[in-house]
Ligand binder design. Structure first.
Ligand code: COA
Ligand code: MG
Length: 290
């Protein structure tokens, strides 16, 4: 694991496009969508009587389809469910790039998935989407070196809390903040919840910008048409990149002259601003912009 707070160079995970694992047509579309990650779902997106068929469709899609530069992830059913072991058995030999584990509530669940998928050193992503999961964040975030990201699932969480989902999202705000803080403390990526209103583009863009501003690295998507707005929100603009480069350069020059804090364009600059600029440049690098 990296040291807490260290800026790791990470794979871009601006968008994680979910696709029901039993729908070969949608999987083919997802493979060609340009999403940073495609999540082939065996859990909530698949009807109970289609679960076994979905395993076969996911396995054959992984073996036969080209996914371009997209990371190919499989979301299995939760550890402890009857379906979980068979989900892994049926998909591991088709060489996914990683697994998404839903409804994570303890470090042991992540460790169990790590053991089950051993010796493949596959990245694991944990969905935090229950009250218990939020309370156990610190233990889960530190559970296994193969864990690379925490995903925040507001729909399941608010259902678990008995809360009413609103457009402003204040019912999920505390947990949304807790997930990104836990991820940062353990140098993991944080991925924001789905935006379920397929017609509200302005709402999706605003929520994506909010998440990016909070420190989230990306957002889950449920439809290919959500990808361009999500990518736009999580990719630093040319202007932001130029500003960050300048700040880092000017800071280095002042350090050489023995000056810690200095003024740039009428604003005080010291280490926190430099670290923020370095974070932005790491995101730009991951997105292939520099
Ligand atoms: N991945 C890939 N392709 C998708 C897609 C997805 N998640 N969602 C829609 N598409 C495709 C459709 O197949 C359709 O292509 P076609 O016209 O060539 O058949 C096209 O995009 C337009 O789809 P549209 O008619 O707007 O949506 P829909 O009514 O077919 O599907 C949903 C709506 C919500 C059912 C669908 O978007 C979906 O399955 N999303 C993922 C749900 C999921 O995985 N949930 C669990 C995780 S939160
Ligand atoms: Mg769910």
């Amino acid at each position: 694991m990296s040291a807490p707070g260290e800026i790791r160079s990470l794979r871009a995970r601006r968008s994680l496009l979910f696709v029901p694992g039993d729908d070969a047509r949608k999987i083919a579309k997802a493979a060609a969508s340009g999403a940073d990650c495609v999540v082939l779902d065996l859990e909530d997106g698949v009807a109970t009587d289609r679960k076994l068929a979905a395993r076969q469709t996911v396995a054959s899609s992984l073996s036969s389809l080209q996914f371009g530069g997209s990371e190919r992830l499989v979301r299995v059913n939760p550890v402890g469910s009857e379906l979980h072991p068979g989900d892994i058995e049926a998909t591991l030999s088709s060489r996914p790039d990683g697994y998404v584990l839903p409804k994570v509530e303890s470090p042991e669940q992540v460790q169990q998935l790590a053991r089950r998928t051993f010796p493949s050193p596959l990245p694991l992503l944990a969905l935090i989407e229950s009250a218990r999961g939020v309370l156990e964040l610190k233990e889960i975030a530190g559970s296994d070196p193969r864990l690379v990201a925490l995903l925040f699932g507001a729909e399941d969480l608010t259902a678990d809390m008995g809360a009413v989902r609103t457009r402003a999202g204040q019912e999920a705000a505390w947990a949304r903040g807790a997930v990104v803080v836990a991820a940062a403390a353990f140098s993991l990526q944080a991925i924001d919840t789905v935006f379920v209103d397929l017609h509200d583009e302005e709402g999706l863009h605003r929520e994506s910008l909010d998440a990016c501003g909070m420190g989230y690295a990306g957002k889950m998507a449920i439809h290919p048409k959500q990808l361009s707005l999500i990518h736009q929100a999580f990719t630093p603009s040319d202007e932001e990149i130029a500003k960050a480069c300048r700040l880092v350069e000017v800071h280095a020059r002042h350090q050489d002259q023995g000056k810690g804090a200095f003024a740039l364009d009428g604003r005080m600059v010291d280490w926190p601003m430099v670290r923020a600029a370095e974070h932005l440049l790491a995101r730009a690098r991951a997105a292939g912009k520099i």
